[in-house]
Design a protein around this ligand. Structure first.
Ligand SMILES: Nc1ncnc2c1ncn2[C@@H]1O[C@H](COP(=O)(O)OP(=O)(O)OP(=O)(O)O)[C@@H](O)[C@H]1O
Length: 232
């Protein structure tokens, strides 16, 4: 299990996370919902060890004392690719950095259909997202953290990715997923946490997703809704 307990993170005087706790269990998809700037990427960066200067604990609660990063693959919000590195070389680099053997990329790329011998920094936004996905899919991670993985994907890739995520979940992978596309997120997630003003405002089990949209509208746009009622 990936566990975050009482996480606080501030940039200067700006307190972004103010006591966040959540868990990502094996064989489940945990959706993380929040407005722009709510702190989702900051939370992911703290969890993955890309941020320092936070308080609280992040840990992989598994036997063997492994660190979160040893067990977890990350697809960042904006994957970065070095210039003059092909897609294939990028994936090879990711695997070699972890001391892992480089498998045949062909079987996974039959699904993603990337031009692996072109320079990755010349890919479109959706292709870049797919390449970052490919780099984690060819590795056998216990956990995956996916920051807006559907961003930039076309309909075809979107449908395929949902299927991939569900299959990984069914094989025991624990996934933490952010998405602004509520319908997509609730379709695949087993539970969701809503981040508001640096705190988990509410945790939802899948059975409670029916009220999620109305709750979010009320929580995020209470005043605007009242104003809208005066207009329409
Ligand atoms: N390196 C940084 N220095 C200063 N402030 C930062 C830094 N990174 C993030 N922030 C601030 O922290 C807040 C949370 O940002 P974060 O990127 O975590 O939000 P988010 O929920 O992922 O948003 P989005 O949905 O737009 O991706 C924002 O107000 C942002 O300006």
């Amino acid at each position: 299990m990936l566990e975050i307990t009482d996480l606080h993170k501030a940039y200067g005087r700006h307190e972004v996370l103010r006591g966040v706790s959540l868990a990502v269990r094996p064989g489940t998809i945990h959706g993380l919902i929040g407005a722009n700037g709510a702190g989702k990427t900051t939370l992911i960066n703290c969890l993955y060890g890309l941020e320092t200067g936070f308080t609280g604990t992040v840990r992989a609660g598994t036997a063997g004392g492994k660190q979160v990063r040893d067990l977890t693959g990350l697809v960042p919000y904006e994957p970065y690719f070095y210039p003059r590195l092909t897609g294939r070389e990028y994936v090879q680099f990711c695997l070699q950095a972890r001391g892992r053997p480089v498998p045949d990329l062909g079987p996974w790329n039959q699904l993603l259909e990337l031009p692996l011998d072109q320079y990755a920094n010349e890919y479109s936004a959706g292709m870049k997202k797919k390449l970052a996905l490919l780099a984690v899919l060819v590795q056998d991670f216990q956990f995956l953290i996916l920051d807006e993985p559907f961003n930039g994907l076309d309909l075809e890739a979107n449908l395929l990715l949902k299927e991939i995520l569900k299959r990984l979940r069914d094989r025991g992978t624990g996934l933490l997923l952010t998405s602004h596309i509520l319908g997509t997120l609730t379709e695949v997630a087993d539970e969701a946490s809503v981040l508001v003003a640096g705190r988990v405002q509410r945790h939802y089990a899948a059975a409670e997703f029916g009220t999620l949209e109305a709750d979010l509208l009320a929580a995020l746009h209470g005043e605007k809704l009242a104003h809208l009622r005066t207009l329409l």
